[in-house]
Design a protein around this ligand. Structure first.
Ligand code: PEP
Ligand code: MG
Length: 912
């Protein structure tokens, strides 16, 4: 007997499925969950899934299928026919199927779908007879021809000016018939439409619309596989880090109808609200409609929680029950698609629901409190992506400013609150324009205002601060995508009258133009004309400003509960990069456990005259005189930091940037400085010229400065120890860690270390008090990583300066890589921006070398990171994996780094 053919097709139906939830890599999310729902006894129309392996094969073999596929699809189709008691092409009981994509991770709306496959001039009559509803049958047929034409035959518009041929025909038909809505067209009109659509297809493609249901199915399957590589799907994958190699599965499933009459409906539901996380089954539905109508955002649907219970009590109860079964089964909030056909509920999809950061935190914490999951499970990055915590720290509207805007009559409309937060910005009507404006000025604040959004708008949505749509409900494309992106969003704001041609939006008696200011409150759905001032989030008000009590903020309480679990779970410590006491105080409120980097040069900007005097000094005595003036300022600054940190470690880095950065480059400014210092203007100009560097990043900076001008290091070290002694004497513990920048050679380190220790001893002798301290180094040039074993002979700690390590390791300047990195990312040369997320293969390998070298010499060597990557979740995870002791990041990233560190620890525990 021949070997059994490789299985490419998985059937589901009648309570039994070939697949299951765990098989999402092979069956895609939708296929795996349809199988799972079938297996747990939920009502799912029969169908089958063509695996993602076929997609991979398709692209690897010049868009051909594996030879076995044809037979396997034929067999699965006949099983569907059997289970449904219907047949393809039958004139008594015709089978109709849908064909949908389904990737491993859901990519809402990015790929194509075809519904009502199986209809032709004969079966449409059979369907009319069978349902006793001629209008329904012809409406289904005209939708099918339209969708098939768009998706399979590629007639859909290519850009915003390209008209959709079907929409144009439909528009004319409605005009001629004197009606406003599609639903007012009669069966006869729909019949005419089908004929006109078919003619349009013939005219444009030269081919007749296919009548054979099997040919239609294969056309749809091919289109769905092709849609994996459409532009918007590629952009989406790039944005969310989904590998292109995964491929999509294809699901072919018997149709059920939500548009057979008023005892039918279609909807999308959430087992809990996903904007704020409030418990309770909710969502959108439309009576007598087909699934795409809800998601497309063309008709504003009704709310399940408001009216379905009254309109269809049995269906509501059944759905509510299914929602609870699903939440318990998956231990996750589910986003479901359903159809009610003649009062009977059918499940078409279930998947983990996308949610805002607010909802993510609330739902995860509530699930633990409800006993559904453990705290460790709550920390799973799939439940709360660490970056999403950022949303809890984002601004909200200042209540006074909002009230004033209301009083001024600027509240112009109210829609459905779909993405929390406050956004103020300039109106932009087209996604492509938003993108262009952002490219011209990345700081531009835009609110994208549209009738509805579609997946084509993804790029524009990414750059907008907020999104406002006139149509669509809480599950429309705009709402889903905004939630995932963490954008402020209002949908279904039906008072808006948008005129794309005129570039205006009219609401509340006001006409706003493109470029005018508009403000949207994503918590309440309120829309204001003009700008509205924003203020700190509730969490910030509680932890930083202390202007709100913990008890009065539900958001804060859940945040606090979550962060407690976070701190119990993580091993990695989290410090902050701060140069001033107020920054340090903020970071401590966010949970920082020390300062990982104080860039001392930032302190000089407040005493720039003295610092410039030091740079311009003609000889050593003159330089020392200037340094003497700087010493008390430095001492005071360090004292402030030590007091604020009250015994937590404070890493102070000695002067790093090249000196020319502190001098004026324009003639006028040079003259002014010369006058101030009593020098000839030429002296200043000459010194600027002398300090000019062709590549300052590789020039006279870092420890190279302190080696050539040891008196600078001596002054800084003295200021540190004088401050430390003073603060310790006042009864506050101090833990200074002096850090030497840009070290590549052990000799460099030793040179600077000697000066630091000499100053420390001198101060201790003078003041009669000793302070515990460490002298360590940044590891930020490749040689330091490679020779870490040597450097650790003297260095008491390492801190990876991954900003410089990335620029020196990749040979890519951190100041001008922006000119090409966008192109690199678009073309998949690099997966991520290496200055945001550690290049783990390259720079990461240098780091590993640094860790192993350092600890070979000094087993317990304390190692951290203070480059910008210290606040990036995937980099934090990497730092955990390679055994660092801490990460250090900007104050507002501290909660995110804490969560990412906990997630790394839990993932490691789960893997062992
Ligand atoms: C670094 O290089 O990573 C670093 C923290 O130092 P700076 O950014 O100040 O060069
Ligand atoms: Mg550096």
């Amino acid at each position: 007997m021949a070997n059994a053919a490789h299985k490419y097709v998985y059937f589901f139906g009648q309570g039994k499925a070939d697949g299951k939830a765990e098989m999402r890599a092979l069956l895609g999310g939708k296929g795996a969950n349809l199988a799972e729902m079938t297996n747990i006894g939920l009502p799912v129309p029969a169908g089958f899934t063509i695996t993602t392996e076929v997609c991979t094969y398709f692209y690897a073999n010049d868009r051909k299928y594996p030879p076995e596929l044809k037979e396997q699809v034929a067999q699965a189709l006949s099983r569907v026919e059997e289970v449904m008691g219907a047949k393809f092409g039958s004139l008594a009981n015709p089978l109709l199927v849908s064909c949908r994509s389904g990737a491993r991770d859901s990519m809402p709306g990015m790929m194509d779908t075809v519904l009502n496959i199986g209809l032709n001039d004969k079966t449409v009559e059979a369907l009319a007879k069978q349902t006793g509803n001629e209008r329904f049958a012809w409406d289904s047929f005209r939708r099918f021809v339209q969708m098939y034409g768009d998706v399979v035959l590629d007639l859909k518009p290519k850009d915003k000016t390209d008209p959709d041929p079907f929409e144009e025909i439909l528009h004319h038909k409605k005009e001629k018939a004197g009606v406003k809505y599609d639903s007012e067209l009669s069966a006869a009109h729909l019949k005419e439409l089908v004929a006109e659509f078919k003619t349009a297809i013939k005219d444009r493609t030269g081919h007749d619309f296919p009548t054979d249901p099997l040919e239609q199915v294969w056309g749809a399957i091919g289109a769905v596989f092709r849609s994996w590589m459409n532009d918007r799907a590629i952009v989406y994958r790039r944005t969310y880090g989904i590998p292109h190699e995964w491929g999509t599965a294809v699901n072919v499933q018997a149709m059920v109808f939500g548009n057979l009459g008023d005892d039918c409906a279609t909807g999308v539901g959430l087992t809990r609200d996903c904007a704020l996380g409030v418990p309770g089954f909710c969502g959108d539905y439309l009576i007598n409609a087909q699934g795409e109508d809800v998601v497309a955002g063309i008709r504003t649907p009704q709310r399940i929680e408001v009216s379905l219970r009254k309109e269809m009590p049995q269906a509501f109860d059944q759905l509510n029950g299914i929602g609870q079964i699903l939440e318990k089964h998956y231990k996750e909030v589910q986003d479901i698609e359903f159809t009610v056909q003649k009062g009977r509920v059918w499940m078409l999809q279930t998947r983990s629901a996308k949610r805002t950061g607010f909802a993510a935190v609330r739902i995860a914490v509530d699930f633990v409190n409800e006993g559904l999951i453990t705290p460790h499970e709550a920390l799973n990055p799939k439940r709360i992506p660490a970056d999403d915590l950022n949303q809890l720290l984002q601004p909200i509207f200042d209540p006074k400013a909002k009230k004033a805007a209301q009083a001024e009559g600027r509240l112009v409309a109210k829609g459905i609150n779909a993405g929390p937060g406050a956004a103020t910005g300039k109106i932009c009507f087209h996604a492509a324009d938003a993108e262009a404006k952002w490219q011209a000025d990345p700081n531009v604040e835009l609110v994208l205002v549209r009738r509805e959004t579609s997946p084509e708008d993804l790029r524009g949505m990414k750059v907008a601060k907020g999104i406002l749509t006139a149509f669509g409900g809480a599950s429309s494309h705009a709402a889903l995508v905004s939630r995932q992106m963490g954008k402020v969003c209002i949908v279904g704001c039906s008072e808006l009258v948008i005129d794309y041609h005129a570039g205006t939006v009219t609401c509340g008696g006001k006409v706003l133009k493109e470029g005018d200011d508009i403000s949207i409150d994503g918590f309440t759905g309120e829309v204001f004309a003009g700008p509205v001032k924003t203020q700190a989030s509730e969490v910030i008000q509680v932890v930083l400003h202390k202007s709100l009590s913990p008890e009065s903020s539900e958001t804060y309480r859940r945040y606090a509960q979550l962060m407690k679990w976070v701190d119990e779970a993580r091993r990695l410590r989290v410090r902050t990069n701060a140069d001033q006491p107020d920054q340090a105080a903020e970071a401590i409120a966010f949970g920082a456990e020390g300062i990982g980097l104080c860039r001392t040069e930032h302190m000089f900007f407040d005493h720039i005259d003295e610092f410039r005097e030091m740079i311009l000094a003609a000889d050593l005595p003159a330089r020392q005189a200037a340094l003497k003036k700087l010493l008390p300022f430095q001492r005071e600054d360090f004292g402030g930091l030590f007091r604020e940190m009250a015994g937590l470690p404070v890493t102070i880095r000695l002067l790093d940037p090249p000196l020319h950065e502190f001098l004026p480059h324009e003639g006028e400014a040079q003259k002014e400085l010369a006058a101030k210092l009593g020098l000839a203007p030429q002296t200043v100009a000459d010194r600027v010229h002398e300090l000019h560097e062709s590549n300052p990043m590789l020039g006279h900076r870092g420890c190279r400065l302190g080696i050539v001008y040891p008196e600078i290091t001596a002054m800084q070290a003295r200021a540190i120890f004088e401050a430390a002694v003073e603060v310790q004497k006042s009864g506050v513990r101090v833990l200074p860690e002096v850090m030497i920048p840009l070290v590549g050679f052990l000799a460099e380190f030793k040179n600077q270390e000697a000066i630091i220790r000499e100053q420390a001893e001198a101060v201790f002798q003078e003041r009669g008090v000793r302070v515990e301290y460490l002298v360590g180094t940044m590891i930020e040039v490749p040689r330091a990583a490679v020779c870490a074993d040597q450097i650790a002979q003297a260095a008491e700690f390492f801190s990876f300066g991954t900003n410089d390590l990335t620029q020196t390791g990749l040979g890519m300047s951190r100041d001008d890589y922006g000119t090409f990195i966008g192109y690199y990312r678009e073309h998949d040369i690099v997966g991520n921006d290496p200055f945001q997320s550690i290049d783990q293969d390259g720079i990461g390998a240098l780091m590993k070398l640094g860790v192993s070298g350092g600890r070979k010499t000094r087993e317990k060597l304390k190692i951290g990171i203070c480059g910008e990557h210290g606040g990036d979740p995937s980099s934090v995870k990497f730092c955990h994996q390679i055994g660092l002791d801490y990460v250090s990041c900007s104050p507002y990233r501290v909660p995110i780094a804490r969560l990412a560190a906990a997630q790394a620890a839990v993932a490691e525990k789960n893997a062992s």
